[in-house]
Design a protein around this ligand. Sequence first.
Ligand code: SF4
Length: 369
Amino acid sequence: MKITFPHMGNMYLPVKAMFDDLGVEVVLPPKNSKKTLEIGTKYSPELICLPMKINLGNYIESIQKGADTIVVTGSCGPCRFGYFAEVEKEILKDLGYDVEFVVLEAPEGDMKELYRRISKIANTRNMVKIAKGLKGGIGVLKKIDKFEETVLRVRPYEKNKGEIDKLYKTLIKSLENSTGSQAMIELINEAQKHIEKIPIDPDRDVLKVGLVGEIYTIIEDFANIDIGKKLNDLGVEVHKSHTTSGWLLEHLFYNSIGSTREKDIRNAAKPYVKTMVGGHGRETIGHTILYAQEGYDGVIQVMPFTCMPEIVAMSLLPQVQNAYNIPIMTLIIDEMTGEAGYITRLEAYIDLLRNRRGKYKNEKMLSWR
Ligand code: SF4
């Protein structure tokens, strides 16, 4: 069995760590590229959302490298993610690819079936071994997410431009060349210590922006055209409202114990959207309100073209913008999105935020006199 899975941000590293620990052979899909998207777009239904097109491109590229089993997560609720696996299975069959799909979910709450699927992939019935593999993978995932969060927060303050990029690239390369969760955790710990010591200029006038929207386009930098780095380069500290570890832990644990952060997000969104609207539409509203309350300068919603849950959220965001006096911009992405136009919109938005901050500063100074 040669396993593959779709790309989503740095998730391939913890997944590789987990399968290394379990002794399972993995075929890593080539990094997302124009070619991946072209392949996925060619064989996907025209109006399906961007994540499925990229995922399909990942599978075809991995199959060409020898993968025979595709592992994906399932979903539920009024969003197309729930039927991605079924549609992709049919498309690959029509293209003549003989691959097996393993969907990691508990169908109708059947935990025995979930366990059966995991032990099939892991090729063992040893629960302790499976639990250790999962623990190692989650450990790597949490650490790499924390590191990325630090990069997006600190990079606009660095004194020697490019130092953090260099550290990040070196870390990713070392992780790709290492085997098993323990080795990866040690490498990330080292890099985390290093990044915290990088010289910064804390007095620099840096703006703060929160990214909300569809989870895949927030996490996968190929899909969002590397928005985090582009904003950092414009002198903006960035916080992503979604991380893979956050999503995983929310599904595995928080939903059952009722996490406070999740409750806060849903309570904040309640006056605008009372029920689940699929995907993370409700969370987009809740996160935006929390960012406004935490004093962020602006919020950017990122979403794929035709994403229904985010269209619902987008229609409500103007009310949130007025009520909380925070500028919100929406970026809609598909395979036709051009980088130059995208950068122009970001620059114009950041100019607006900078002028606004300057105006408030002046008003404050005048009120002091
Ligand atoms: S949230 Fe939107 S983009 Fe993501 S799978 Fe659902 S419909 Fe598609």
